[in-house]
Design a binder for this molecule. Structure first.
Ligand code: ATP
Length: 241
């Protein structure tokens, strides 16, 4: 079954066409990685799909609901961990998690139970009483994703989830993301090719607001006659090897 159907989605900022006539279908439980050089249109796409900004034209259907006519319904079933880590600095880890659970309508008992469960899953169990501002950057990214997940979304958007993390923190976060595969539909943007190779079921490459290529890592390397995704990406983004 399809979780996401994108139809001719376009976003213009004045003369700039940030996203240009995007068409794409993503299956339920799939982890889809969106790649592209800086300014290609990835974040704008994710922001439209998560109903943070309105498209100029076109539409997208998430779990059958339109981002134009039913954004509230989509907000109940999806969540985003944005590029800027979105945690309340002066609240503890537990309070941050319970806050989001409360916003999504969970009573305090359920919110507390879910907060403890998700903290366990994301290696945050020993940090529950720490203020978010005193966590390391890696722990803050983890908390940000845990906060997106506590609402039990069916679709999760991860915008550069491991940006600025050290190798160990990145690997730990990959393991947490991998444990969601097949259960939650995930759309992820990243500049790290090893992340895509490790996590994604399919990859889409954007250039100048357009989705130029969609396929598995193997399909992309075969298509470009290259040995690894990084080389395939350079070829497909119009660069020189
Ligand atoms: N609020 C805005 N106002 C004007 N132009 C914008 C706005 N947001 C994005 N853009 C422009 O839209 C284009 C696409 O930007 P977007 O942030 O979606 O790219 P991206 O692929 O996510 O880049 P990065 O990898 O650097 O995060 C860029 O030319 C950018 O300058």
């Amino acid at each position: 079954m399809n979780a996401v159907i994108i139809k001719e989605l376009t976003k213009k900022y004045g003369n700039i066409v940030a996203v240009n006539n995007l068409n794409l279908t993503i299956e339920q439980g799939e982890l889809f990685a969106l790649l592209g050089v800086n300014g290609a249109g990835k974040t704008t796409t994710i922001k439209m799909l998560s109903c943070l900004i309105k498209p100029t034209s076109g539409d997208a259907f998430l779990l059958g609901e339109s981002i134009i006519s039913n954004p509230h319904s989509i907000n109940e079933k999806t969540n985003i961990s944005p590029q800027e880590t979105a945690v309340a600095a002066n609240l503890s880890v537990l309070e941050n998690l319970e806050l989001i659970a409360g916003i999504y309508g969970q009573n305090s008992k359920t919110a507390n139970k879910n907060a403890h469960e998700i903290a366990q899953k994301f290696g945050l169990k020993n940090e529950l009483n720490k203020k978010a501002k005193n966590l390391s950057g890696g722990m803050q990214r983890r908390l940000s994703i845990a906060m997106a997940l506590i609402s039990e979304p069916q679709i999760l958007f991860l915008d550069e989830p491991t940006l600025g993390l050290d190798v160990l923190a990145r690997r730990e976060l990959w393991a947490s993301i991998k444990s969601l595969k097949g259960k939650v539909t995930i759309i992820l943007t990243t500049h790290y090719m090893d992340e895509v190779e490790n996590l994604s079921d399919r990859v889409g490459i954007m250039a100048n607001g357009q989705l130029t290529t969609v396929g598995t890592v193997t399909e992309l390397t075969m298509q470009t006659n290259t040995a690894k995704l990084e080389d395939a990406f350079i070829v497909l983004s119009g660069g020189v090897l």
